[in-house]
Design a protein around this ligand. Structure first.
Ligand code: ATP
Ligand code: MG
Length: 178
């Protein structure tokens, strides 16, 4: 007879575009890591890249996030998820691409609503210094050539440097106005 009951692993889901992954996201995931056994990070708008709002490819974002999460004591999966332009079936789309998860964390009202309607447990994640840590603000700094690397985990800055991310963003931003 078995003495010990196996405890089922609890797995949480968290989604963003992560253009780029920054310290606000990392703070949220650090706190989620204290509450569950495994994390599934969905990279939204995975098909988008080389745009002012979406400079980095899904693959580059996988690297940024995977390297950053190594610092946390948690098992994780980082999964690109393309847009489907059909909110009513978006949760099924997400589930088709991810390992099973028990709950989702988000502060996006639409995402919250869609998970709730699909019967998935969902919790609000708090904002961490949003004026400072925001993808839009970081991209603006990158375009303007103002310091930005203190706003992202060290591993993210290294990844962006490796792929020539700043030059790329400045170039696509130039194309847009000239
Ligand atoms: P963008 O300005 O490009 O929209 P973002 O900073 O909002 O970038 P997203 O990838 O859109 O980043 O965000 C993913 C999730 O992280 C969203 O639900 C967003 O509200 C949340 N988030 C963004 N910034 C913070 C922050 N500083 N603290 C906590 N959560 C954040
Ligand atoms: Mg956002």
């Amino acid at each position: 007879m078995r003495q010990r009951k196996e405890r089922r692993i609890s797995r949480a889901f968290y989604i963003g575009r992560f253009q780029p992954y920054h310290i606000g996201h990392h703070t949220v995931l650090s706190s989620i890591a204290d509450q569950v056994d495994e994390i599934v990070v969905g990279i939204g708008s995975a098909q988008r890249s080389h745009e002012i709002e979406n400079p980095f490819t899904a693959g580059e974002r996988v690297v940024m996030i995977s390297r950053s999460l190594k610092d946390l004591d948690i098992d994780y999966y980082v999964i690109p998820i393309e847009d489907i332009q059909r909110n009513a079936v978006w949760v099924s789309h997400v589930k088709s691409m991810t390992p099973h998860f028990d709950l989702a964390y988000t502060n996006n009202p639409l995402v919250f609503r869609l998970f709730e309607e699909a019967g998935i447990r969902v919790q609000r994640s708090p904002m961490y210094q949003r004026e400072t840590y925001s993808g839009t603000a970081i991209r603006e700094r990158m375009i303007a050539g103002v310091g930005w690397d203190h706003l992202v985990p060290v591993a993210v800055a290294r990844t962006i440097e490796e792929v020539g991310g700043i030059e790329r963003l400045q170039e696509v931003a130039r194309d847009d106005v000239e």
